[in-house]
Design a binder for this molecule. Structure first.
Ligand code: S3P
Length: 261
């Protein structure tokens, strides 16, 4: 055997070790999940993840392959997140609620921590139409926009393990709610009119609130919509005065409860 052949054999042995280590690592990730479930512990533990990352950085300091190895660990971390997500949610998570209730923020966080695909409905519609939401309303009217929402929701039913962040009006059509529930669990985020006002007061991309940006209008419209939102929801999470992690943790545990986990 020449040297080259010998190196190739050594490389194959290394690859086998990596495979064995990854299999072991993934099964430990599953054990951690099961432990947290059994003892009702929070699924999200950002402090622990930061600690793990810090440990890796220390270990790799002065290592000549530091960058390459960190790159691999990013992948490993993403895959761990995916393993957790698949174990927890075999369906789409559909977020509904009033404008400013936190749908986009919470969807964004969830999609990152579980490496789940994120569909921000307003954004997809704006991209497809090559127009902003206010321009769609101004040019074609609200009914046209609502039909775009229904069509998109229907298209989304082929996906699984996605986070779908709906525009605030999506859950008002019964037809849309039927679509959401085909493949997903519906999470309603709520907040008081005062909190909503604080969150939306500086944005100009919500035509429904044009010239109506005040607590009274918000409270009135919210009350009009409340019954439909609540009827659509599988779980409700109130968001006032809570951190993103607290809201997500509550959302996850309520979904797990719903699934009898
Ligand atoms: C709407 C909410 C908006 C957007 C459109 C109409 C509504 O989405 O879809 O301006 O009727 O509540 P956000 O809830 O994400 O602001």
């Amino acid at each position: 055997m020449n040297d080259l052949e010998m190196y190739r054999e050594q490389l194959a042995i290394c690859d086998d070790k990596i495979i064995d280590a990854l299999v072991e690592r993934n099964s430990i990730v599953e054990k951690i999940m099961a432990y947290k479930e059994t003892y009702g512990m929070p699924i999200l533990q950002p402090a622990q993840e930061a600690k793990q990352q810090h440990r890796l950085e220390e270990k790799l300091r002065d290592n000549k392959y530091q960058e390459e190895i960190q790159d691999v660990f990013q992948r490993i971390l993403r895959n761990s997140r995916r393993i957790q997500a698949r174990k927890l949610f075999s369906y789409n998570i559909v977020l509904i609620g009033f404008m400013g209730s936190g749908k986009s923020t919470i969807s964004d966080y969830l999609s990152t921590v579980f490496d789940m695909k994120l569909v921000e409905m307003d954004q997809v519609i704006a991209e497809k139409e090559e127009m902003s939401i206010p321009d769609i309303f101004a040019t074609y009217g609200e009914e046209y926009f609502r039909n775009l929402e229904t069509n998109l929701l229907k298209e989304l039913q082929t996906g699984q393990n996605c986070i779908i962040s709906c525009g605030g009006g999506v859950a008002l059509r019964q037809e849309n709610v039927v679509e959401m529930k085909k493949n997903g669990r519906v999470v309603l985020l709520t907040a008081s009119p005062e909190t909503i006002f604080e969150r939306v007061k500086d944005s100009n991309d919500r035509p429904i609130l044009d010239g109506n940006k005040n607590v009274e209008f918000i409270a009135g419209l919210m009350e009009q919509r409340r019954e439909k939102y609540e009827a659509a929801a599988d779980v409700v999470v109130q968001t006032d005065n809570k951190t993103i992690v607290q809201i997500c943790e509550e959302l996850i545990s309520k979904l797990m409860e719903l699934d009898g986990k």
